[in-house]
Ligand binder design. Structure first.
Ligand code: NAD
Ligand code: DAU
Length: 337
């Protein structure tokens, strides 16, 4: 089977590429990635020359390129992960989120329809459901109520994907996952940002009161879920993924400090994120029952392994924390204290 994987140079994409090459020896993977600030060719460097892997640098909004890659590579299935993925950036500059997440998704769907692709996995997020109060869980039937430009763009792309399933019978499956953590995550996201700052004895910027709740899942568990959804998901259906690991942000920051032997005095409360969703928590029982999937990693142990990975791979994230990213960090955190 020939699989087109968009966004393969990002955090989840690069973990997924390695998992698929290892677990599906009959598959050939073509990664299409624009290498934006978040895409890092280094994440896939070890695969150069691999006989079942090809990397194409390009924009999913480029319809000609997308159709040409799908046609020439005789693509059977698409796993669509390419996106602008950071909520704070969507608040600073929303337009590119509409371009990539909405228009780019429609370009891929259209090419897949024209070329008769057998499977289209659209990788989405629990953020499309909005924010929960102190109790309850998101199910696949929870109404969409996105809060940020990022989540609104993802909700739009989910609806387009489902519309292509309904209108054109394109075999689309949509997945919605909670917050991922693990190796190769761009250090603008909570866990790697806190690790990188703590290692360097820099302030740890906690938004608001630090009591917002996220439901954490190890990236490998998410990737196994994506594989299961591609192979076993029913066209037109949505599957939630999560690992029942709700934590307050502050608890995570404290655990990171403890694991690194750093003082809690590094915690710095900063101005809250605009429109900050209070709580996410996901019910993944449908994926567990219908896809035979279950998370394997337990949060506390896997957080320890993740912290150790970032300590061991300091050169990887230090190379990122320069240039363009420095400008963003100053814009995002410079005026917030
Ligand atoms: P990421 O930001 O680490 O990677 C995104 C990748 O997409 C990068 O390699 C980037 O270069 C590429 N890309 C961006 N715009 C592109 C374009 N126009 N054309 C081609 N490539 C482009 O993101 P991630 O955290 O790995 O997330 C991957 C997907 O999973 C996204 O769709 C995201 O919405 C979804 N998701 C993420 C999480 C999470 O916790 N990180 C949870 C649920 C769902
Ligand atoms: O729920 C899935 C989503 O999880 C994905 O769709 C997104 O792509 C991914 O970025 C993530 O979104 P969040 O906004 O939840 O993740 P982030 O790591 O940006 O923030 C997690 C929590 O930590 C959130 O409540 C905001 C808070 N935070 C974040 C940063 C970067 C801080 O307190 N300080 C920070 O510096």
């Amino acid at each position: 089977m020939n699989v087109l994987l968009t966004g393969g140079a990002g955090f989840i994409g690069s973990n997924l590429v390695r998992l698929l090459l290892a677990e599906r020896p009959g598959w050939r993977l073509v990664v299409l990635d624009k290498l934006t600030y978040a895409g890092n060719a280094e994440n896939l460097a070890e695969l150069e020359g691999h006989p079942r892997y090809r990397f194409v640098r390009g924009d999913i909004c480029n319809g000609e390129l997308v159709a040409e890659v799908m046609r020439s590579e005789r693509i059977d299935a698409v796993m669509h992960l390419a996106a602008e993925s950071h909520v704070d950036r969507s608040i600073l500059a929303p337009a590119v989120f509409i371009d990539t997440n909405v228009r780019g998704t429609q370009v891929l769907l259209e090419a897949a329809r024209e070329l008769g692709v057998q499977r289209f996995l659209h990788v989405s997020t629990d953020e499309v459901y909005g924010s929960l109060g102190p109790t309850g869980l998101f199910t696949e039937l929870t109404p969409l109520d996105p809060s940020s430009p990022y989540s609104a763009s993802k909700a739009s792309s989910d609806l387009l994907a489902l519309a292509y399933a309904h209108t054109f019978a394109l075999p689309v499956v949509v997945t919605r996952c909670s917050n991922n953590y693990g190796p190769f995550q761009f250090p603008e996201k909570l866990i790697p940002l806190m690790i990188a700052n703590a290692v360097r004895d820099r302030p740890l910027p906690v938004y608001g009161d630090g009591m917002n709740v996220r439901d954490w899942i190890h990236v490998e568990d998410h990737c196994r879920g994506l594989l299961a959804a591609l192979e076993l998901g029913e066209p037109g259906q949505v599957y939630n993924f999560g690992a029942s690991s709700e934590r307050h942000n502050l608890d995570i920051v404290r655990q990171v400090l403890k694991l690194l032997g750093k003082p809690e005095s590094l915690i710095t409360y900063v101005k809250d994120r605009l429109g900050h969703d209070r709580r996410y928590a996901i019910d993944s029982s449908k994926a567990q029952a219908r896809l035979g999937w279950a998370p394997r990693h337990r949060f506390e142990a896997a957080l320890g392994e993740t912290v150790a990975w970032y300590v061991e791979h300091r050169a990887w994230w230090e190379r990122i924390l320069t240039g363009e990213y420095l400008k963003y960090y100053e814009q995002q955190y410079g005026a917030r204290r």
